[in-house]
Design a protein around this ligand. Structure first.
Ligand code: UDP
Length: 396
């Protein structure tokens, strides 16, 4: 039997989205090619990066919560020349880590974290081994310039809008392919009827709301839950706190006059979404795409500035939901939607129209194509010539 194709998938736990996309890509590869592939997941930060970069995942909730400062920094870097210069500044510090990461044997690399793109491609240059390299963008609309080293072999994006952004950031058009944002394959299975799922979860068959804040449980989740809990609305509420332990504790000790189901980090999002009529969430790209497959109308309760606001616009412009940031406004929106079944049904249809449940398979096929058609090339290892080093440092 031929050896399986080994595919190294590089991600980091900054938010839940990169891990969710990576896991979905793995599901897609295994479902499509079975034993013909061996996907291996690498947390590049935790495994290789020097301190404190190795702990960026711990700092991410705090940093992204610094609203304006985070948004300004993110916007400043979102320019191909600035992004390249910025990474060049980091290169001496992260070079050894990037080299170790790219020395891991494999037939192709799939990159699911924007911070790795430049260092990974430079590291391959440095060690003289050029493996097939696929960039899998795990945002919905915005394609940040940090993703965009034009020398990648393939650039997979979720939407036509992100396709246009990739071109603006100088990715050659022939390398770009719209595959959707990979989500778990369990979202490709048509949802069971709500009464059945609710019964399985021990819930009553009545209006059900699911409230989420991404993998880290960000975005004033407790305040929103409390407003719903005390609103007098005749609903039951599922709240997913993700990795936010404090939020989970707060929810566990909450006593409100509604049926409240708090969850910590759970793999059961497909079932929980199945049971719900409405999703309330910050504008995380993966959660939004998952909700589309469940035909869920979405109340966007907040967004990480610059990074996620266009996800909110996408939902609103396609009439799959609204933006409502204050807890009182969220309660008012729920009251209006639940009191108007025709409106709720229309929002639900619009949401379903945006679904791409096969995205993990489509991404897997592109990755496999690149891995099997691009050869790994080698050149004799040599110290990088001084001129090349200067060029990397100062740019052309
Ligand atoms: N998620 C999960 N279990 C949880 C909380 C979140 O599986 O308890 C998943 C969620 O379904 C989605 C991902 O984590 O796939 C969150 O990604 P998103 O892009 O929405 O937000 P991020 O966490 O990256 O900010």
């Amino acid at each position: 039997m031929p050896k399986p194709l080994r595919l190294n998938i590089m991600y980091a736990d900054t938010g839940g989205g990169h891990r969710a996309t990576s896991q979905a890509v793995i599901d897609g590869l295994k479902a499509r090619y079975g034993d013909g592939v061996e996907p291996v997941l690498f947390d590049g930060l935790r495994t290789y990066a020097p301190w404190p970069v190795s702990h960026l995942d711990d700092m991410y909730p705090w940093m992204s919560g610094m609203s304006k400062t985070w948004g300004d920094g993110w916007t400043t870097l979102n320019d191909p020349d600035v992004a390249r210069r910025f990474m060049r500044g980091w290169w001496p510090y992260v070079r050894d880590a990037a080299i170790k990461m790219m020395q891991e044997p494999c037939d192709a690399v799939v990159n699911v974290q924007p911070l790795y793109t430049y260092p990974a491609l430079w590291a391959m240059d440095h060690i003289g081994i050029r493996r097939p390299f696929v960039t899998m963008v795990s945002d919905l609309i915005v394609v940040h310039a940090l993703w965009c080293d034009p020398s990648t072999d393939a650039f997979l994006v979720p939407t036509e809008l992100s396709h246009a952004r990739a071109i603006q950031n100088r990715i050659p058009p022939e390398k770009i392919k719209v595959v959707g944002l990979p989500i778990r394959l369990s979202f490709a299975i048509p949802p069971k009827p709500k009464p059945v799922v609710r019964q399985q979860l021990g819930l009553a068959d009545k209006p059900t709301i699911i409230l989420m804040g991404g993998g880290q449980g960000l975005g004033g989740v407790f305040e929103i839950a409390e407003a719903i809990g005390r609103s007098g609305l005749d609903v039951q509420l599922i709240v997913v706190a993700g990795r936010n332990k404090k939020l989970k504790e707060q929810l566990d000790s909450a006593r409100w006059p509604i049926e409240l189901r708090p969850y910590g980090f759970t793999p059961d999002i497909p079932d929980l979404m199945n049971a719900a009529d409405v999703l309330i969430t910050k504008a995380g790209p993966t959660t939004i795409c998952e909700a589309f497959t469940r035909n869920l109308p979405i109340i966007i309760s907040g967004y990480i500035p610059s990074q996620e606001d266009q996800n909110a616009d996408y939902v609103i412009q396609n009439r799959a939901g609204v933006l409502a940031e204050q807890p009182e406004l969220i309660v008012e929106t729920l009251r209006q939607w639940l009191g108007d079944p025709a409106l709720l049904a229309e929002l639900s249809r619009n949401s379903g129209a945006l679904a791409r449940p096969r995205s993990a398979i489509d991404a897997a096929e592109e990755i496999y194509r690149i891995a099997t058609t691009r050869p790994t090339t080698y050149r004799v290892h040599r110290r990088e010539p001084l001129l090349a080093r200067l060029d990397r440092f100062f740019g052309t």
